[in-house]
Each structure stands twice: as C-alpha cells, then as structure tokens.
Design a binder for this molecule. Structure first.
Ligand SMILES: *[C@@H]1O[C@H](CO)[C@@H](O)[C@H](O)[C@H]1NC(C)=O
Ligand SMILES: *[C@@H]1O[C@H](CO)[C@@H](O)[C@H](O)[C@H]1NC(C)=O
Ligand SMILES: *[C@@H]1O[C@H](CO)[C@@H](O)[C@H](O)[C@H]1NC(C)=O
Ligand SMILES: *[C@@H]1O[C@H](CO)[C@@H](O)[C@H](O)[C@H]1NC(C)=O
Ligand SMILES: *[C@@H]1O[C@H](CO)[C@@H](O)[C@H](O)[C@H]1NC(C)=O
Ligand SMILES: *[C@@H]1O[C@H](CO)[C@@H](O)[C@H](O)[C@H]1NC(C)=O
Ligand SMILES: *[C@@H]1O[C@H](CO)[C@@H](O)[C@H](O)[C@H]1NC(C)=O
Ligand SMILES: *[C@@H]1O[C@H](CO)[C@@H](O)[C@H](O)[C@H]1NC(C)=O
Ligand SMILES: *[C@@H]1O[C@H](CO)[C@@H](O)[C@H](O)[C@H]1NC(C)=O
Ligand SMILES: [Zn+2]
Length: 669
C-alpha cells in the first residue's frame, strides 16, 4: 500500500498551483486549449478556439527561464480519423501568434509575501468555427519540447424530431429547493398535514435537478452558471459565454454561441429578455452577450443591440426583440458610455421605448420594445404589493425618488409573450423568452428572507398566469416551459419563532428560547381563513390573489438560517420599511476595514457572528443542486438529475437546433 501510494504521488504530479489562485482556469498544464477537455457541443454551434503556451519565470512551475517554446502545434481529428493541423481541419489560414505576459500569485503565502509569478505566453485564436458531425473529436496541443495538452470534445447527436416551436425559460436566480418548500408554507394552507392548495410548480409534469458548479470552482456565480444553461458550456466566474483567457482583457476571449443565438441564426426566431434586476446583470446578459467580465455593462447593452462588434464578431446579430427590466443608469448618457443615450439609440433602431407599467401595457404588440422602469433593480413583490411605502425609495429611470408605476414579473412576462407571439406569427417563426425572477438572489444575499420568498411566490404566480395565457392565445401546445435556478443559497427553515416573546427578552441567550423546533414549530401562521363561502368551503386568498400569505407578520413566524453569512442579528420579523442591510463597515475603527453588525438592522434580534471572510458583507451562493420544473412539449427531457449544460442541449433537442451544415436563415426585423 505504501509503495502504491508513493507511486501514485509521483506519477500524477498534482498541479502545484494553489487551490484559490489559478494561473489560468481550465489550464492545469502549461498548455491551454479552449474550449477545454470534456466540452460537449450542439452540431453546428459556433465557437472560437484558443490555445496558449505558457512559461512561468519562477515559482513551482518555472519553465526555461520563462521562455515558451515557439515551435508548438495544434492538431485535431474526428471519428478515429488522422490528426491534422487545426487550420487545415477548419479550412482557415493560420492565425497570427500573440505574445504577452501576465502575473499571478500561486497561493495566499505568495500574496502575503507580495511574490507574484510572471508568466510569458504565446497564443493563437481561431474564430467562427463549427463542428457539424456528431461524435468524438481529439484535440492535441504539442509544445515546450514534447509536452501535450489534450482535449476530447463531443458533438451531440442530432434531434430526431422538433418537439417545440417556442421556449419560455424562467430563471429563479439563487432559488434552491428549500425556498420552494418555505414559499409553499407561507402561501398555502394545510389541514392536518394536507395542503388545500399548492404551488403551480408543484403540478409540473417534469421535475428534476441540476448541478451548478463552474468550470474551475465548485461554487458558481450567476454569469458562468447562466452561460452553462444557455450555451451548454461551463465558464469561469464572471464569464458570459466566453472562456477567461490569460490576457486579463474583457473582450477577445474565446466565445461560444448560445441556444438563443442559434435559434435566431437558424430559424430567424424572436428573442425576448425580461428581468427584475438591472438589465445588464449577468443572467439576462448570458442570453446573447460575450465577455469574460460581467461588469462590462455598457458593452453588454451595446451587444444586446448589435452583437459582438469589431475583430471578434461572428455574424450579424440584429438585436434582441424586447428587453424589459431595471438599470436605467446604464442607458443614460455617462462618461463611461461616451455620453450616449441608449434610450435614444434604441429608439432610432426602431424600438418603442417605455419607462412605466402604463407605457408597457400600451405598447404595440407588433413592434420591438425596450422598457426600463427604474434605476437599479425593479422593486420587490413585497414592496410593490404589501409594504408600498417602501416605493418612496425606488428611483425612476429619470432619477426621481418614488417610482410607483412599476410592473411585476407577471406583467412584464405576459406583455413579452404578447409581443413575441404577435411578431413570430407575422414572420411564421417561433419565439424564445428568458424571464428572470432575479431578486430571489438579491434578497437572499442580504438575508431578507421575506422579500426573497415573496419573489418565489411571484415567480410561481407568473408561471400560473403564463400557462393560462398561452392557452388563451393558442400557443400552449407548442411552448416548452422550463423553470430552474442558476445556483442556490444555503437557506432553510428549521422551526418557528415566537416574535412576541423574543422581543421582550433582554439577552441574546434568552431570546433564543423563542425558537420552537420539532413539535414546538407548530403550523404555519401566515394563512388564516379569510372567508367562508355559502358552501361552507373555507378560502385562503390574500388581497394579492391566491397563493400569497394573508399576513406577513403573524406572531409565530418561520425561523430560518443560512449556511453562509456576515455578522448579523435576526428577530425573524418582516422588515416593513425597506430591505435589510445586515452588516456595515465600522467607519470608526481604522484598524479593521471589514464588516460588523449593522446597528440599524433587526435591533431586537440576537447576534450571529459571521462565518465568511470579514470583507464579505452579504451571504454567498452555495453548492446545493437546484430544481428543474418543466411543462409542455419536450418537458420529459428535463426529468432526472442533470448537469447545468444539459439544459441547453435538451432545449436544442426540443427545438431541433443541431444542424450538420452551416445554416443561416434570413432574420426579418
Ligand atoms: C518542432 O516540433 C516538431 C514536433 O512537434 C518537430 O518534429 C520539429 O523538428 C520541431 N522543429 C524545430 C525547428 O525544432
Ligand atoms: C512583460 O511584457 C512587458 C511589455 O510587453 C515587458 O516590458 C516585460 O519585460 C515582460 N515581463 C517579463 C517578465 O517578461
Ligand atoms: C518571481 O520574480 C519576480 C521578479 O523578479 C519577483 O518579484 C517575485 O517575487 C518572484 N516570485 C516568486 C514566486 O519567486
Ligand atoms: C483589429 O485587427 C486589426 C488587424 O489585426 C488590428 O490592426 C486592429 O487594431 C484590431 N482592432 C481592434 C479594435 O482590436
Ligand atoms: C461626456 O461629457 C462630459 C461633459 O460634457 C465631458 O466632460 C466628457 O469628456 C464626455 N465624455 C466622453 C467620453 O465623451
Ligand atoms: C440590486 O439589489 C441588491 C440587493 O439590494 C443590491 O445589493 C444591488 O446593489 C442592487 N443593484 C443595483 C444596480 O441596484
Ligand atoms: C353550512 O354550515 C351550516 C352551519 O353548520 C349549516 O347549517 C349549512 O347547512 C351548511 N351549508 C352547506 C351548504 O353545507
Ligand atoms: C478594531 O478592530 C480591531 C481588529 O479587528 C479589534 O481588535 C478592535 O477591538 C476594534 N476596536 C473597536 C473599538 O471596535
Ligand atoms: C456560414 O454561412 C454564413 C452565411 O453565408 C457565413 O457568413 C459564415 O461565415 C458561415 N460560417 C461558417 C463557419 O462557414
Ligand atoms: Zn444567480
């Protein structure tokens, strides 16, 4: 045993670089191939191929005084055929060699010692490629005098039939299964353990789950997780449908085509994006934009309109058909966007532009549309529907406090369906809509559980209304609906809290006695009988409709916790005035720049000392697999346990997007 362990150790020669500081993601050797080993493709999916040959000057991987071998080659072969030079394989001329350097820290010790490792690089990018024939391909980069980096790629089989004409892809950002359980408890009533009504999602004929980890880290962010869902390729954190190369530049990284882009290219289909976040945020951006840095908001908005432009472009994109969300700050003229009003620009491209729910509802269904309702995120469902005084804080696109004429997710989604459906019908094509319940994640980050669960219930209500509306317009039979998350947060409910008792206790230790677990958790107090009909049937219906709590501030609330948090206090009561801000910096302590308990937040609660780094002022994403609900034609493909890229492949299968030749249909604006 000792012998074999030694042998293994010397044979495997595990990468010496640190766990948390990667030289370059998905590049364990000094040669890098993007897309990396184990990548799957849809037949005909467009992508860029990049190789890098790296030579660290010093550190544990130092090579040849930092001089990479300039005699490197890239070969590719498919289906058991001979390996041939990549340029020849793709029928291209050999791309020019790029030469540059970068530095990185090997680990935390190197960072503390300020001892970076400089790395010299030679690289090449082959752009606008497609693999048409299903099967396995071998890619071999030879470099540094006989070293090899290999990648095995698989082009997935073509679909046998086209199952769906339209797809609506709902993303509950950050929505773990535990949040659905909690939302059901708040919005629906049980009698002796039997629910009298359920979530609409509970009726989904397709149910499964998916793994959310990224290419090079087991905890993902929303950019790379949404890229996996929409392009079938896992990325590095912050990457939007582009692998993060070692240049450190936001553009020029090797890109991959999304299913939305393929649908547009192949079928001339209609594309719509709806989100409650600022619209340049990662999930909406992952529908059709490409950058390794999700914070490039101005360029993301430009890419919605014109696609990737300049040297790295593939083919004309011609703009999304509609874009509804928040984030007016990125559309107003600013120094960062060259003083351009994107509102005027989109208008000059023929989009109708609106700023309020009233204007949204008045839109002509046969014209492309841009509607931005707020600066920053759109207001939460709880603020828009229950504690409406909080809207005094919301900012209109024009910069005034008190944005009250805002739509909810349901309003935006139904209007989007009307526009996409009308336009698709006129052009004899289908539509794809991405609708994001974005604030589940934003509110979980700030530990505002009531606001987050309000967003979950709003998503459920939106799915219910969507199914009904599709039936009314005759599209139900042709529309695949997928509802999933991009990642979870470590949230769960573990009992109830007697808020009346808790607030009268004087110490943190006695406050904790207000928590009831097991048999003392009791029943949900958020649902009280509202009405007894003449038939003696009891109904549970809040002012906001069925499926929402009748009261958000019962004496006995849910006791909940997170797996990752900054210093914070919890009193388990709804925050009526505004969303929570659990931790703030203590400006007075110059020797500690980290986060402390926010003295203004949940003052009556008891303290929980953070378990995150002191520079994290919010909760973070977690590892848990997230649920997938599906309805309509092709829903059966989404059952079982999937990996995030599988969703893109299964949507491509339902829409029959895989093609064994170069297909470009004419898109009619
Ligand atoms: C370059 O490498 C190839 C093998 O990868 C080898 O056959 C060839 O001799 C090398 N050329 C030079 C100039 O070293
Ligand atoms: C990195 O490149 C810069 C400019 O291209 C050059 O001045 C510098 O010497 C290089 N660093 C190393 C370690 O080679
Ligand atoms: C590598 O060399 C650079 C430049 O000489 C130096 O600043 C750095 O500390 C060295 N890093 C390591 C890991 O030895
Ligand atoms: C585009 O490529 C050309 C030719 O390689 C180069 O001269 C030019 O600087 C590039 N433009 C940008 C914006 O990178
Ligand atoms: C934007 O306008 C301001 C004010 O007129 C000006 O100072 C600034 O240079 C402009 N920025 C750009 C990028 O044009
Ligand atoms: C969106 O909401 C989150 C949570 O309140 C906040 O941290 C973030 O700054 C907001 N972003 C914008 C652009 O308003
Ligand atoms: C409803 O309940 C009342 C009182 O128990 C009873 O008199 C009445 O017959 C019931 N009505 C129906 C429709 O069951
Ligand atoms: C300031 O921060 C330091 C380091 O965390 C801590 O030791 C010290 O007690 C803090 N001082 C005050 C006044 O909070
Ligand atoms: C596919 O066809 C389009 C339109 O003819 C062309 O612009 C594009 O370069 C082609 N792509 C490939 C990979 O051949
Ligand atoms: Zn997310």
């Amino acid at each position: 045993m000792v012998y074999s362990a030694l042998l293994l150790g010397s044979l495997l020669a595990l990468p010496a670089f640190g766990q948390t500081f990667r030289r370059t993601a998905a590049c364990p050797d000094l040669g890098c191939v993007f897309p990396p080993d184990q990548t799957d493709f849809i037949a005909g999916q467009t992508f860029d191929l990049r190789i890098e040959v790296q030579a660290p000057v010093n550190g544990s991987e130092a090579y040849n005084n930092g001089t990479p071998d300039s005699n490197f080659s890239l070969k590719i072969g498919g289906q058991g055929g001979e390996l041939v030079d990549a340029a020849q394989f793709f029928g291209l001329s050999d791309p020019p060699v790029e030469k540059y350097n970068f530095t990185y820290y090997e680990d935390l010790f190197a960072e503390d010692a300020k001892a970076p490792t400089p790395v010299n690089v030679l690289a090449k990018s082959y752009r606008n490629l497609q693999l048409y024939n299903p099967g396995t391909y071998e890619v071999v980069l030879s470099y540094n005098n006989g070293q090899h980096t290999k990648a095995t790629w698989t082009v997935l089989p073509l679909a046998e039939t086209k199952k769906a004409k339209n797809v609506i892809f709902f993303v509950g950002d950050g929505m773990a299964g535990s949040m659905l359980s909690a939302a059901r408890l708040l919005g629906h009533k049980t009698i002796n353990g039997k629910y009298q009504s359920k979530l609409k999602l509970d009726e989904a004929p397709g149910y499964g789950s998916q793994m959310t980890h990224s290419l090079d880290s087991f905890i993902t962010d929303s950019a790379n997780s949404a890229s996996a869902l929409f392009s079938g390729k896992k990325m590095t954190v912050n990457g939007l449908n582009a692998y993060t190369d070692s240049t450190g530049k936001p553009f020029g990284d090797p890109k991959v085509e999304t299913i939305f882009e393929m649908f547009r290219r192949i079928e001339g289909g209609q594309i719509g994006i709806v989100s409650k976040a600022y619209i340049a945020d990662a999930t909406p951006a992952a529908v059709c934009t490409h950058t390794s840095q999700r914070s490039q908001y101005n360029t993301i908005i430009e890419q919605y309109l014109n696609g990737v432009s300049g040297n790295y472009s593939w083919y004309p994109w011609q703009g999304v058909d509609l874009l509804f969300g928040g984030g007016a700050e990125n559309f107003l003229p600013s120094n960062a966007n060259g003083n351009v009003s994107q509102f005027e620009r989109w208008s000059s491209y023929g989009y109708q532009v609106g700023y309020t729910k009233t204007e949204l509802e008045a839109f002509d269904n046969s014209q492309r549309a841009l509607a931005i309702f707020t600066q920053g995120n759109i207001s939460t469902w709880l603020d828009q529907n229950v504690y409406t005084d909080a809207l005094d804080l919301a900012v209109t696109p024009q910069g005034k406090r008190g944005a009250r004429d805002q739509p909810g997710l349901k309003d935006m989604t139904l209007k989007a369906i009307d526009i996409l459906h009308t336009r698709a019908k006129e052009r004899n094509t289908g539509f794809m809509l991405m609708s994001e319940a974005a604030l589940i994640d934003k509110e979980m980050h700030v530990l505002d559980i009531d606001r987050a669960l309000g967003e979950v219930l709003e998503l459920d209500d939106t799915v219910r209304a969507t199914l009904k509306h599709l039936e009314e317009i005759g599209e139900l039979e042709d529309t695949l609906i997928v509802v999933t998350a991009d990642h979870g947060h470590g949230f769960d409910v573990f009992g109830s809290a007697d808020t009346k008792y808790l607030k009268e206790q004087k110490t943190d230790r006695t406050k904790r006695n207000a928590i009831g677990t097991y048999q003392n958790s009791g029943l949900s107090a958020y649902q009280v009988p509202q009405n007894v009909l003449p038939t003696n049937q009891t109904i549970f219906k809040s002012e906001q409709g069925e499926g929402f709590p009748i009261t958000w501030d019962p004496r006995y609330t849910i006791a909940h916790g997170m797996s990752a948090f900054p210093n914070h206090r919890d009193d388990f009561e709804v925050n009526k005035d505004h969303e929570r801000l659990p931790a703030t910096k203590n400006q007075k302590n110059s020797s500690d720049s980290g986060y402390f308990f926010n003295p203004e937040d949940n003052q009556r609660g008891f303290e929980m000392t953070g378990n995150l780094g002191i520079n994290d002022g919010q909760g973070v994403h977690s590892l848990v697999d997230v649920p997938i609900y599906s309805f309509g034609p092709g829903h059966e493909l989404f059952r079982g346990i999937l990996n995030s890229p599988d969703l893109a492949f299964k949507i491509a299968q339902a829409l029959d997007l895989g093609k064994n030749s170069n297909v470009t249909s004419y898109y009619k604006k």
